[in-house]
Ligand binder design. Structure first.
Ligand code: HEM
Length: 497
């Protein structure tokens, strides 16, 4: 008995001595945390702004403890280059967050799964089979038809001098195009698709205490776990019905590859991969399939509709830029009624408008959190394994060292003759992330955005209701997974005859 107690005492003394004598690890600078809550009290309602302000005091690589979790906040392109470029392999994992546990079938989608063979095979599968250029081009006819119907709806509104809720119209258009691509149909009145998707995005973006103080998770003080479980049930029922219908249909008739929606592809490849690729066989079981479908829905809708809303608002607020874009469209499109996908590559000014909007009004303020997989020293700072990394992309566009003193002006011409691309090596414009976890849907996202904006601008003039001056258009944002404008965008269209 005595010898056991002595052994325990010796071990404890050894641990204490080792901890005391080991050199202090130097974390990046940051605010002093309070007990239990860490620095949560500093975040406020708009954490991207609060963290930007703190980074101006502590630097672009800042350490902050939120609850009991150690974070590093990356706030400049130069710092991002280190984390998402040079040391990307170390930071390519994701933390295990509560929302993913419940909504993403235990992190079985691509977005929230930890770095490793499973994530690699899901990612490879999605980029090759769902999001390849050939597959995306296969839906061009569907997109043309959806755009044509939207233009017709706006033309009728124009004849009636009707005020259009552009945020809603664009939201419905993007939802429609996404549902057709993924499920093969839209407006299925059996499902409350919009409610379920909106609520899932909102619940995932909500501040969840359990993610910061994990020991509080079982108490579910905010009722979020209960909400996640209900939402998961609704989503699961909806996906089950859709998948079963696709399975039944595939038994009756075989489909041409170019007519397949994402569920068809997942089903057809499920068998193919199970038979031929051992590594992939486990990736496309039923729960993984549903998690991948949810990734595609969540990745496509909110991002595109929020981007388009900001771009249209920025154009209406800056009539000079709107005029320049119209001029380009007239020159390139001439007397064609509708802008086609094949025209987009010729619209240089449009590309600069999109870039400038993403710089000043990012759709997503942060990348999805990354997590380090091992201890690492960066710029002399020790960053322990399992540190969460938040890249505050919102701060990048506000760095005068990168964009000069006029960073707060909306000026698409700043990209003229500059080699600044999305995912460029200097990380100035990483609205889609970069490196291993960069967005696999970037080309599809940019295509949808370009198509909607070019047609909205080419076919109509837009005027704010009640004589509101463009300069008075409110550009305040609200915080979530994406940061949409607070107010919906209302405007009156005038059709170009
Ligand atoms: C305007 C449109 C879009 C924007 C701004 C956007 C932005 C982003 C960002 C910032 C990330 C995180 C990068 C990181 O953590 O380093 C991301 C990841 C992701 N996006 Fe997108 N995205 C868009 C469109 C899409 C589309 C259309 C899809 C799919 C159909 C998609 C699917 C995904 C997925 C699955 C991931 C997770 C990748 C991984 O963890 O490996 N996104 N996106």
């Amino acid at each position: 008995m005595y010898s056991f107690a002595l052994a325990v005492l010796l071990i404890l003394t050894g641990i204490l001595f080792w901890r005391w004598s080991s050199p202090q690890k130097k974390l990046p600078p940051g605010p002093m945390p309070l007990p239990i809550i860490g620095s949560l009290h500093l975040l406020g309602n708009l954490p991207h702004r609060a963290l930007h302000k703190l980074s101006q005091k502590y630097g672009p690589i800042m350490s902050i403890r939120l609850g009991s979790i150690q974070f590093v906040i990356v706030s400049s392109p130069e710092a991002a280059k280190l984390f998402l470029g040079t040391h990307d392999a170390v930071f390519a994992s994701r933390p295990n967050i509560e929302a993913a546990k419940y909504l993403s079938y235990g992190s079985r989608g691509m977005t929230f799964s930890e770095y490793g063979p499973y994530w690699r095979s899901v990612r490879k599968f999605c980029t090759l089979e769902l999001l390849s250029a050939t597959k995306i081009n296969g839906f061009a006819g569907m997109r043309r038809e959806e755009i044509r119907m939207m233009v017709e709806e706006m033309r009728v509104a124009s004849m009636r001098r009707q005020v259009v809720n552009l945020s809603e119209t664009v939201g419905a258009l993007i939802e429609g195009m996404t549902c057709k691509m993924i499920f093969g149909k839209k407006n299925d009145e059996r499902f409350v698709f919009k409610r379920v998707v909106d609520e899932s995005m909102e619940a995932t973006g909500a501040f969840n205490l359990a993610d910061y103080v994990p020991m509080l998770a079982p108490f579910d003080f905010q009722g979020l776990t209960k909400r996640f479980k209900t939402l998961n049930k609704d989503i699961d029922e909806m996906f089950e019905t859709l998948i079963s219908e696709h399975e039944e249909r595939s038994l009756i008739s075989s489909q041409r590859h170019d007519e397949m929606d994402f569920i068809d592809i997942l089903l057809s490849l499920k068998h193919q991969y199970s038979n031929t690729h051992d590594e992939l066989s486990y990736t496309i079981d039923r729960p993984s399939m549903k998690a991948i479908l949810l990734d595609m829905v969540a990745g496509s809708i909110d991002t595109a509709k929020t981007s388009i809303d900001w771009i249209l608002a920025a154009l209406i607020k800056h009539p000079r830029v709107m005029k320049e874009l119209k001029k380009e469209l007239r020159t390139v499109i001439r007397d064609k009624r509708v802008v086609e996908e094949t025209d987009l590559a010729k619209l240089n000014y449009l590309h600069m408008v999109v870039k400038e909007t993403f710089r000043l009004y990012p759709v997503a303020p942060f990348m999805i959190p990354h997590e380090s997989m091992e201890d690492i020293v960066i710029n002399g700072y020790s960053i322990p394994k399992k540190t969460r990394v938040l890249v505050n992309y919102w701060a990048f566009g506000r760095d005068p060292k990168v964009w000069s003193e006029n960073w707060d002006e909306f000026l698409p011409e700043r990209f003229l003759d500059k080699d600044i691309e999305f995912r460029g090596p200097d990380c100035q414009l990483i609205q889609f992330g970069t490196g291993r976890r960069g967005c696999p849907g970037m080309n599809l996202g940019l295509l949808n955005i370009g198509l909607v904006i070019s047609n909205m601008v080419h076919c109509f003039d837009w005027e704010l209701p009640n004589g509101t001056s463009p300069t008075d258009l409110d550009m305040k944002e609200k915080f979530g997974l994406t940061i949409p404008r607070v107010e919906p965008l209302l405007a009156i269209p005038t059709y170009h005859t």
